[in-house]
Design a protein around this ligand. Sequence first.
Ligand SMILES: *[C@@H]1O[C@H](CO)[C@@H](O)[C@H](O)[C@H]1NC(C)=O
Ligand SMILES: *[C@@H]1O[C@H](CO)[C@@H](O)[C@H](O)[C@H]1NC(C)=O
Ligand SMILES: *[C@@H]1O[C@H](CO)[C@@H](O)[C@H](O)[C@H]1NC(C)=O
Length: 834
Amino acid sequence: MFSFLPVLALLATAHSWYTCDEVEFCSNIRYNYNIGSYSLTNIEVDTSVTGNLINEQTAESFSFTFTALVGDTFRLTVQDADNSRYTPKDDVLDGTPTEQSLTLVSISEDLLILSVDDDLSVYLYVSPFYIEVLRDDQVIIEINKANRLIINTADEDKSLSLDISFPIANTAYGIPQHAENLSLPSTGPGGLSAYRMFNVDNWGYPAYTREALYGAIGVLYGISTDITSGIFWMNGAQTFIDITNEGDGVDALFISETGALELFLFAGPTLRDCVRQYTTLTGVTPLPQYFTLGYHQCRYSYMSQEDVETVVAEFDNHNFPMDVIWLDIDYSDGYKYFTWNYTAFPDPEGMQNNVAATGRKMVAISDPHIKVEEGYFVYEQALGGDYFVKDSNGDVYEGECWPGLSSYIDYFNPEAQEWYGELYSLENFPNTTLNLYIWNDMNEPSVFEVDELTMPGDLSHYGGIQHRDVHNMYGFKQTQATYAGLLKRDPTKRPFILTRAHFAGSQRYTAMWTGDNSPSWDHLRVSIPMLLSESLAGIAFCGADVGGFAGNVDEELLQRWYQAGVWYPFYRSHSASDTERREPYLYSDEIQERIRSALNIRYAHIPYWYTLFFEHEITGDPIVRPLSYHYPADEAVLPIDEQWLIGSDIMAATVLHEGAESIQTYFPGGSDAYWYDLENNLGYSGEGYYEIAVDMDSAPYYYRSGSLVFIIDDEVRSTEEQRGKSYTLRIFLDTSLQATGNFYFDDLESFDYRNSLYHYLQFTYDYNTNELTIQKLHEDADFDGEFIIDQVEVNTLGVLYSGSDSNRLHQINRQIIYANIVVGKMQSRKTIKL
Ligand SMILES: *[C@@H]1O[C@H](CO)[C@@H](O)[C@H](O)[C@H]1NC(C)=O
Ligand SMILES: *[C@@H]1O[C@H](CO)[C@@H](O)[C@H](O)[C@H]1NC(C)=O
Ligand SMILES: *[C@@H]1O[C@H](CO)[C@@H](O)[C@H](O)[C@H]1NC(C)=O
């Protein structure tokens, strides 16, 4: 959030963010085509290739390492001779990547040919230095082929750049966070401004720009219907990226302010493979607690205990489900985190317990800026422990933020990390209960009244690290400390944290939301590609503020946003302090009914979301996916970002345009695939676009033929009430009259699933025999928790029996079978006649 004091609001709206052309290091490189070349010497080939990379003009020498990693991944590192350029590897990589041997196929003066296996090889050109990665004898990635490698070594300019091309790709995805299309538009001199990665507090940011936002993940995929490959530019500093995508390959130019050159190459061959290769390196989002997948109600701010308790009660009075109510900054005493304003919140523990008694949780905000105030225990301890970020003179840095003059915790100091984590303990954060979870905001970090509203690059962190080297990692480091702290506070429960600033690897600690968006149709629409881009860059647990944060929302847009948000991994409504209240019970009966219906659709499908999150932890597959994730050979789906897949079995195509009476929806999969719309009892064949008529009640989503989805039909107040409820199996027959789906189940909150205490089962239904087969997917899983399926709903289309006809639209026939299938401790397989 940003301040609404008039002065600061003015500052914010008047603010403009630097483009590459306005930043010296970047414009120097962007327009410098006239560069010398680098060549490789002293080459040694062992398990990896090492050598010296020599700048032929300056004769400067850099150390060069090229390694193959398991899973068709490569790593290129270029460092100064004295190893002094910063690398974020220890924070970002989820353990040391496992190397894989490279075979030297041939070596000559100009060229080394290396291979991983029959399909995958690497050509390393010596002088001028460049690299080609080949799959099936096609070049899929080129590094420095355009000779744009620069490593500046002057004290005042340590910038670096590199060109990266995907010669057979025609579409680029990635490099979040930007409010842009999923398929990244071309930029470049004379065209659109470069994509900028520099974490900033971009309040009320515009949709459809390449402006810097709150997060920075240097993952880029070059997509084609044939082969997809990708790269990860691992650098913590400000970075600009030009993308050129004019039909003949995708070319990128990365320009970073400082740092070592650390690049990973993903050889695919599909987008799914690339995402898995990336998450193998940087980790996955651990399975969250079940409640976190419910609906979250937030506002800047609920101003008092009474306010909080009233909102919760009104949700119940009006039968709106909700799992979490949020506290923005005003719960604290003068924005001093880890304190309470007892005037407004006279009994914080009582409040948390009252909320808990309704089956709900709370989340409180805690930011990295600490009020400069003698006697404030957090400030005193941080000062005493030397835990603050320093200015260039070595004094504790002070900047303005919510509390006024503030200092900023230096999470790069391991002692500060540990101390900060422990602030979340019940002893240190008074009047809290284990029912309270944490939101880390303003962690770009945001500093008011300074250039670009963030820390200057010359500040210094623990160990002499310059802020400019690690700027994009600051929020990541905060959430790392918070995660450790929550785990220590209660080792038996999976922590929940929401962050705004994020970096590669943040997924291991925290959920993320897209910050201070606005109540506009553009923002509703752009939220989809934003979440898809983040998801492909590992940030699986992500959402955008329903309704749009920064301003009043009109009723139509709010309803459409609730309908779309059903299909965000993280589903929260939030609004700024100067906006009219927008809790759903404040609207007309008709509008309430539509919002209630959206929330109920979400709650019905939480078992499905939960299964996807478990599978994400195993595979790295994102929760929400672009259509191209599952239909990679279909050229038409590449740019689609106004509809999206949740797992592989549900496709959301809600209304994202004002006043829409119909929408064009693309159904993928070909003539053998069908998409079931239960609200209208219609099935569509997967043969491309179809015009769908809509009204305000329409919130279209579709189930894939051949899928089997677990839902909970009963309406509830929160996920707590879903415990012990029976499931309905929704079956959607395919052309072979079968359906398959997975289901995951555990205690919904603890880490016991890491000790095999869960069910992970595949269900297969065969209409021909009317049999349901349950197959254990993990032999080790050994949970005796029971669940019941009391209803099986078999959805079919006449066309499945009659053979295909030319009609694309078919009526659904539904057969309900009442059952009492009790699943407890499982043998490996059982078959049930329905
Ligand atoms: C973004 O996508 C939309 C819809 O596909 C398209 O109309 C628009 O031109 C794209 N924007 C850019 C800058 O390419
Ligand atoms: C505490 O809350 C009261 C009541 O809302 C408010 O008047 C006061 O300004 C708050 N105090 C601080 C220090 O935020
Ligand atoms: C808050 O916590 C402190 C420290 O545990 C305790 O002394 C105090 O009574 C609590 N206040 C309220 C209002 O719960």
